[in-house]
Design a protein around this ligand. Structure first.
Ligand code: RTP
Ligand code: MG
Length: 141
């Protein structure tokens, strides 16, 4: 077991549905601690930079438009195997394929508006956390 940190983004669709608290409750029940949090309206440049790895993909433009369509709730989660634990809570990228009881199965409408983002590995988590938070913003406890 390893104590890890991962980046969570509650996307504009889930913020608009007013389910930040329900999603946070799932994190906490699974043993993940919220150690940094910030609500933010992403600029186009911030969204493009965050998802730069997908720049050449056909869905990139739609993804950026969606991510700037309203405020997002950005958090750092900390816990044992946090990266994978968080991905398990999220469910598959396409909510139609997401297991029952996962966040995307319960709150997402489509593969484009899919409620949450989570880092996919510990190395990408470090980069993604640093993209939004200074080291002093992350309060381990
Ligand atoms: P995320 O990065 O947002 O946590 O999602 P993910 O790892 O499950 O999926 P990823 O492959 O990283 O894709 C990032 C986001 O792009 C949108 N997408 N659309 N139309 C499509 O085929 C397609 N594929 C991906 C999704 O909104 C996904 O969350
Ligand atoms: Mg991803």
């Amino acid at each position: 077991m390893a104590l890890e940190r991962t980046l969570s983004i509650i996307k504009p669709d889930a913020v608009a549905k007013n389910v930040i608290g329900e999603i946070y409750a799932r994190f906490e029940k699974a043993g993940l601690k919220i150690v940094a949090a910030r609500m933010k309206q992403l600029s186009r440049a911030e969204a493009e930079g965050f998802y730069a790895v997908h720049r050449e993909r056909p869905f990139f433009k739609a993804l950026v438009e969606f991510m700037i369509s309203g405020p997002v709730m950005i958090s750092v989660l900390e816990g044992e195997n946090a990266v994978l634990a968080h991905r398990d809570l999220m469910g598959a990228t396409n909510p139609k394929e997401a297991a029952p009881g996962t966040i995307r199965a319960d709150f997402a409408e489509s593969i484009d508006a899919n409620a949450v983002h989570g880092s996919d590995a510990t190395d990408t988590a470090k980069v993604e956390i640093a993209y939004f938070f200074a080291a002093t913003d992350v309060l381990s406890r």
